[in-house]
Ligand binder design. Structure first.
Ligand SMILES: *[C@@H]1O[C@H](CO)[C@@H](O)[C@H](O)[C@H]1NC(C)=O
Ligand SMILES: *[C@@H]1O[C@H](CO)[C@@H](O)[C@H](O)[C@H]1NC(C)=O
Ligand SMILES: *[C@@H]1O[C@H](CO)[C@@H](O)[C@H](O)[C@H]1NC(C)=O
Ligand SMILES: *[C@@H]1O[C@H](CO)[C@@H](O)[C@H](O)[C@H]1NC(C)=O
Length: 368
């Protein structure tokens, strides 16, 4: 009896150890599975900084801005391989022209882009007020969250902007939003001596210096939840005599009261003549290069800013479907060098750094 129970106890002990051993094997292999790096997908092996597969980009065009806005599209396509969906709001004359050109470009680029065209529409009650604010139809963008209710997020740009780097790098900032942020923009300026808002504004504005809304990441889902469009008309009616920059001022007024909703972008993502005409006022662009150029106050066209015009010309001359690696960078460099001297022109490296780096990824020299 005793001997049996001893044997039994040994048996029990052994089996307990076995079970414990097996359990530890299983759980450690589970742990291993959790820590294991995921099998890299095709996208993450590539040179692209992220796995973003599709970007939504939007702008609003009326009147004479057609050519300029096509250069936004070209500049985006020049520096990326991701799929880009364009959401364009345009007046009745321009929609057929966009349809024709973009359908052609879509075929030529093997469907790298697609697009939707919308008519410009404002709430009927105050249509004239809205149309006359700042420039015709610019205020359209304030209503976008309700006009395209199925779109989650987009990058909005003014038509006088040019990408110099891969659009997915900018899109990536959506992933950095904390839970109270619904929008990302650069500051109008961060030098109180030249910044317009602290010196002249007669209305509330964001932070100490105000925001420039020419480049705006919009999480439309969050803006709808916030009730964005309901804020817009009462603010316009209250302040319409005091807001020279129209929609941008309305955005500043709203975010004055909701600072937590804004993610502030570096000045390199919305680089204007203000950042260089009085000397170098955007250290990040000097350091890492200008990512997006904004030719506000007609800087791409009015012969006052030869550096801005040089970049614009090189992109304007690029034809979709031709091999840009052969001439776009060379032309940028040449037009820049030939331009008459200016403060902005002194910062050549800042202007050319990002396009040069992006092209070396997109068109690597052949292995030898
Ligand atoms: C727009 O581009 C077309 C074709 O390149 C050109 O013929 C036309 O003059 C341009 N219009 C403006 C206003 O620059
Ligand atoms: C926008 O916000 C919604 C709600 O928080 C979120 O589900 C969505 O992923 C966000 N979109 C982007 C592009 O970050
Ligand atoms: C602004 O102007 C004041 C007075 O002229 C000067 O002392 C200051 O350095 C300037 N600040 C900047 C950031 O340029
Ligand atoms: C999100 O970031 C903004 C800006 O830094 C900040 O004001 C806000 O409090 C943050 N929100 C949350 C929920 O942490």
């Amino acid at each position: 009896m005793k001997r049996f129970s001893l044997k039994f106890m040994i048996f029990m002990l052994l089996s307990t150890f076995t079970v414990l051993y097996l359990y530890s094997k299983v759980s450690s292999s589970n742990k291993y599975a959790v820590n294991e790096r995921p099998v890299p997908s095709k996208a993450s092996i590539s040179n692209e900084p992220t796995q973003i597969e599709k970007v939504v980009l939007s702008f609003v065009v009326c009147d004479s801005r057609f050519n300029e806005s096509l250069n936004v599209v070209k500049s985006v396509l020049l520096f990326t391989r991701v799929h880009v969906h364009f959401v364009i709001f345009a007046d009745d004359n321009l929609r057929p022209k966009f349809d024709e050109t973009l359908t052609k470009w879509k075929q030529i680029t093997n469907n790298q882009l697609d697009f939707e065209l919308h008519r410009v529409s404002f709430p009927q009650e105050h249509e004239q007020d809205w149309m006359n604010l700042f420039s015709k139809c610019a205020a359209q963008r304030l209503f976008i969250p309700e006009l395209i209710p199925d779109t989650d997020a987009m990058i909005y740009v003014d038509t006088d902007t040019l990408f110099l780097g891969p659009v997915e790098e900018l899109w990536q900032y959506f992933t950095q939003f904390n839970s109270s942020q619904m929008s990302a923009m650069s500051l109008e300026d961060d030098n109180p001596n030249v910044s317009w808002y602290p010196r002249f504004a007669k209305h509330p504005f964001y932070g100490k210096f105000g925001l420039n809304s020419g480049v705006m990441l919009m999480n439309l889902t969050r803006m709808r939840t916030f009730g964005w469009v309901e804020y817009v008309t009462p603010i316009m009616l209250k302040w319409k005599l005091y807001i020279p920059w129209g929609d941008q001022d309305i955005i500043n007024i709203i975010f004055h009261y909701h600072e937590r909703a804004v993610h502030v972008l570096s000045c390199r993502y919305n680089y204007r003549t203000d950042q260089c005409m009085y000397g170098d006022a955007c250290a990040d662009a000097t350091d890492r290069g200008i990512f997006l150029l904004h030719g506000s106050r007609r800087a791409f066209h009015n012969n006052k800013q030869p550096a801005f015009q040089a970049i614009y010309r090189a992109i304007d001359e690029y034809e979709i479907g031709t091999d840009p690696s052969k001439y776009v960078l060379t032309n940028m460099d040449r037009y820049f060098t030939e331009a008459s001297p200016s403060n902005c022109g002194n910062l050549k490296e800042a202007f050319l750094k990002v396009p040069t780096k992006t092209f070396s990824h997109l068109y690597p020299p052949p292995d030898r």
